[in-house]
Design a protein around this ligand. Structure first.
Ligand code: HQG
Length: 180
């Protein structure tokens, strides 16, 4: 992905997950934004954006972060939201025996005490494989991967969801299900 597309991807992540208000757009309860309004608002805030750029970002996003509606009129982030007004109806799914969470070593003390918490996001994000998790952790510092007994959690009543791009979501992971 080129530098320009990567910057647009970050911009889209910001407005579609966290701060649509920053450019004066609204997201519906399913997280969708009208693409024409998004482009107009972005341009209004000095951000170069058009349909081709949006489609290029969506097509080349390594993690498939965004989806475009079937009618082609709307776009949303498929996971990672902090904004409370969005409540995506994720597919509830039985997880594999283990899922992985990449974090930074500096958070381990707190995680060992409190389990995994969603922080500012709506859910704790878990990866299907440890390599992806390692990369997620690197965003925060020296990366460490925690192995989660996901199936056991689910069998004990915890609800797991999977976003369109494969990322797993859960409200909280208590310490008893963590394995390093
Ligand atoms: C940590 C990216 C202290 C947690 C990724 C993480 C993901 C705790 C940080 C998605 C804690 C939150 C989300 C506790 C958890 N005490 N720290 N009890 N519990 N933490 O960015 O999971 O590239 O909000 O380990 O790929 O890193 O943006 O969450 O380090 O799918 O598309 O608190 O974002 O996707 O950080 O990442 P984040 P995350 P994108």
């Amino acid at each position: 992905m080129s530098k320009q597309l990567s910057e647009i991807s970050k911009f889209l992540s910001y407005v579609l997950r966290h701060e649509p208000d920053a450019i004066g757009i609204t997201l519906d309860i399913d997280g969708w934004a009208d693409i024409s309004s998004l482009i107009a608002a972005a341009v209004n805030h000095g951000k170069q954006l058009d349909r081709d750029l949006i489609h290029s970002v969506v097509a080349t996003s390594d993690k498939k972060r965004f989806a475009i509606s079937e009618d082609g009129l709307r776009i949303r982030a498929v996971q990672g939201h902090s904004i409370e007004s969005v409540d995506i109806n994720y597919a509830e799914k039985v997880p594999p025996e283990f899922l992985y969470h990449g974090t930074a070593t500096r958070f381990l003390g707190s995680i060992r005490k409190n389990g995994l918490l969603p922080g500012s996001r709506q859910y704790v994000h878990l990866s299907q494989d440890d390599q992806t998790a390692l990369t997620v952790g690197q965003r925060h510092g020296k990366s460490v991967v925690l192995k989660i007994r996901a199936l056991l959690m689910q069998q004990q009543g915890y609800i797991f969801f999977q976003a369109e791009n494969g990322v797993w979501l859960v409200d909280h992971v208590p310490t008893s299900f963590l394995q390093e």
